[in-house]
Write a protein that binds this ligand. Structure first.
Ligand code: G3H
Ligand code: 13P
Ligand code: ZN
Length: 309
């Protein structure tokens, strides 16, 4: 099976009330760890590449590694650009073999976001590539608790409808209280499910996307800190909230921070326990295995997408 786009994946996920995991990839071990989990779980998969990942590893290396994963597995895998900031990076990825791109115009005013997204949609659709956009701003730690800030930054349900209609976009990332990185909430984790429900009801059948959805798994944070790390006050989105999001229109859940923590915890542990080792395969092998186990757990116990490939 060649690389796929996300249309069929999202249609099935929407109907089945589950979400597909979109995992950020930066190198071979990360790709292999994720893909091994997808094979084990027979799960559909989105591998996503940020501008930073393209800069770090080069577009061609990442696309060739993902092509290898497709050949190796026969699973439905989509290759997606994460947070494309402008038309040019989206065009480069459409032209360069990606099956899905995100144009993130969320920092622009509404009309500019629409115009930019529409331009990307026209270009991408012409080449058979699907487009994700973003409306609303992901919460900063401060924003999450204040209702008045919510209305200014979280996705407005009526605007979401207008945005989708006017742009022709294929999926939409929404802001309901998640944020990127390891420090998502200052106090009690809280997501605006009433808003999510409203957006879902206003856009029936339309796939929504949740960014900033790492759980920040405590055992990895503890392991990092046990072996010389210093990660204080980290907090992610609890698993039950992610399960709940999948019951609404959320079809894609983005995970990067948990991959970083799993990999770093494993490498810290290995190198501390084996101070004489210096062959990268000795510590990257266990790190890849830590990623496999973590991603398999997400697919099975959180996203509910095991057996759906
Ligand atoms: O949403 C951001 C992703 O975690 C990618 O992060 O830009 O550092 O590659 P990055
Ligand atoms: P996390 O930082 O919560 O893993 O979110 C990743 C993400 O949204 C990538 O677009
Ligand atoms: Zn994101």
């Amino acid at each position: 099976m060649p690389l796929v786009d996300t249309k069929e994946m999202f249609r099935k996920a929407y109907e089945g009330h589950y979400a597909v995991g979109a995992f950020n990839v930066n190198n071979m071990e990360i790709i292999q760890g994720i893909v091994e989990a997808a094979i084990q779980e027979k799960a559909p998969l989105i591998l996503q590449v940020s501008a930073g990942a393209r800069k770090y590893a080069k577009h061609i290396y990442l696309t060739k590694l993902v092509e290898a994963a497709v050949q190796d597995t026969g699973l439905p895998i989509a290759l997606h650009l994460d947070h494309g900031a402008d038309f040019d990076i989206c065009k480069a990825c459409v032209d360069g073999g990606f099956t899905s791109v995100m144009i993130d115009g969320s920092k622009h005013p509404f009309e500019e976001n629409i115009a930019l997204t529409k331009r990307v949609v026209e270009y991408a659709h012409d080449k058979g590539v699907v487009v994700e956009a973003e409306l609303g701003k992901l919460a900063g730690v401060e924003d999450a608790v204040k209702v008045n800030t919510r209305d200014a930054t979280y996705t407005d349900p009526d605007q979401a409808v207008e945005f989708v209609e006017r742009t022709g976009v294929d999926s939409l990332a929404i802001a309901i209280g998640t944020s990127h990185g390891a420090y998502k909430f200052k106090g009690k984790p809280e997501l605006d499910f009433a808003r999510l429900e409203k957006i879902t009801n206003l856009l029936p059948g339309f796939p929504l996307v949740l960014h900033g959805a790492s759980t920040v798994i405590p055992s990895f944070v503890e392991e990092c800190n046990k072996y010389g790390g210093k990660i204080d006050g980290a907090q992610g989105v609890p698993e039950d909230m992610l399960r709940k999001a999948g019951q609404f229109g959320v079809c894609k859940i983005n995970i990067d921070t948990d991959l970083r923590l799993a990999m770093t915890a494993s490498i810290r542990k290995y190198l501390t326990e084996h101070p004489g080792d210096f062959d990268p395969r000795q510590y990257l092998g266990p790190a890849r295995e830590a990623i496999r186990a973590m991603v398999a757990h997400k697919m099975r116990d959180v996203l509910n997408c095991s057996g759906r490939a």
